[in-house]
Design a protein. Sequence first.
Length: 659
Amino acid sequence: MEQVQNCVVKLRSNPRRHRDKVYVGCGAGFGGDRPMAALKLLQRVKELNYLVLECLAERTLADRYRIMVSGGKGYDPRVKEWMSVLLPLALERKVCIITNMGAMDPLGAQKEVLNLASILGLEITVAVAYESSFETQGSPLSSFQSIGAGQGRSTYLGAASIVNCLENYKPNVVITSRVADAALFLAPMIYELGWNWNDTEELAQGTLASHLLECGCQLTGGYFMHPGDAYRDFSFEQLVDLSLPYAEVSYGGEVIVGKADGSGGLLSHSTCAEQLLYEVGDPANYITPDLVVDFCHVQFHQISKDKVHCEGAKPSDACRPEKLLQLSPTEGGWKGWGEISYGGHQCLKRAQAAEYLVRSWIGERYPDIDEKIVSYIMGYDSLKAVGGDKDSYSSKQVMDARLRMDGLFELEEHAVQFVEEFIALYTNGPAGGGGISMGIRNTGTSSNEPMNYVTCTGQRKEIILQKMLVDRENIFWRAHAKKASIPCLQDQATDSETVQMHISQSQKNPTSRAMGIQHVDTSMGTAPPVRASPGKKIALYHIAHSRVGDKGNDMNFSVIPHFPGDIGRLMAVITPDWVKNVVSPLLDLSSFPDEQAIQRRINLLELVSVEIYEVPGICSLNVVVRNILDGGVNCSRRIDRHGKTLSDLILCQEVVLPP
């Protein structure tokens, strides 16, 4: 039976409590995660009831749209690979898989999974929950269509559509379109524990668990190990056997996050604190479609090496957003780029000459597009890790320089001309230049998927996602389910044998050295943290750790002191002006700015704003820097489009703490 509803919050009618405690695991935290890691979690944590594959980000959503309108798949093509690895054991363990790999075409993903199940001889029910358009004329059901088939608009849905699927279809797999990341994890908690939409205290704790889980291994030591920080340095071997996380959530809202017993990685107050502040903006008002949550007084308590108790999330005063966030893909211009390497004596000077030549050549034909181009030297200042102070890094010390120039243009002809001028460096530029890779990235115009190779010279049209807030009553979702049929497999023998071989290989207990790592030392650092010394210059690395997230053109970074008592002194140093000064080199168009370029940077810095939030529960700061990411991940001209590496730009700054 098909379900159609708008996004106005409606209380559940006599919700039933199915369990007193539910176990929800994260099998993927982004589109590039590893199916084998998800299988290990499924094998090791036998209490799991649900496994969530969160594989859809703003960049991957834009990529799916670009491919879909060119005749390719609007859903994640890896859904078949993931399900072939996980489905057999998930069915055996009665674990329901929930995923947003449907992206722009959840119906196509449903068909793919049902076909796979038929080939494998598995009887399953696959439900879909997705946003639909609604016309006032004609039959309501007949006038719905997948948003992905229209203009590509995509609204962040809440948990209601998934809860509906779990209630009505008892599915083995739920495939969604764009659903808020936390909602993917929150939905099974609501269904199993019998929560209602006005159980805001429990929903706040459930949202805390969901937010911690949504980035996968980043909660359990992935993206955390750092040899330059004594408190985050652990062995490579410990990182090999990283476990994906899971959460135990009780009816009353008690939350424990865990990793597989005896696994590697690290689950601690510090890893939880980084994930808590990741991309939340104002911690007192973390906005999801289902609830606005106050994380300011969240606390983490270590139970064991593999478990952490989480408490203190509360509903915000705003409680629930009146509007939902909608993304609309629009053309963002034409991207052109090129890279070339120089090595040996004065290689940095030769890279500077090459940049000057390309800018001069393209200026002969198009004199007004110089500011559309950004350039930097990879391995020298492409990540701005030394800020604006490159004096300590003498050009004479640089023996390997790779120039990258990246432009975003309004017209395709400008991008093409830029690439042609860059290629001319081979025989018209400084001596010893090499390593230009020829080719143009396929954007889907002649095949269903983009080419797998990465080119260092080329051009393509960019898609950006415009954001707007829309009324709940105007956004509709649709849910239904289908069962896999089990046909005669004679005509599908080859395909079936291939998949079965893959299954048998994947389900063998991995016997690599990773599986042999048991009872590893997961303590962080070699000594307990101590108070930082006052009155002298000290790098922030020795005082705190940090992680950066991005939302559109805004950067969000945390400052989490190793010694909680240092937070007051850090607040005296980390001010909006200090932050703006640190990030200002990001606004440069070149590695070699002249006076005019420096004045341009000063002017642009006026458009940058900084918000600093104190988070007393974990004795930390959360800092939001607006208008600093060169337009955001879908159109940025920087090598690090997300700005993830900027945490080290922050941490390598030297500060003087007050007494």
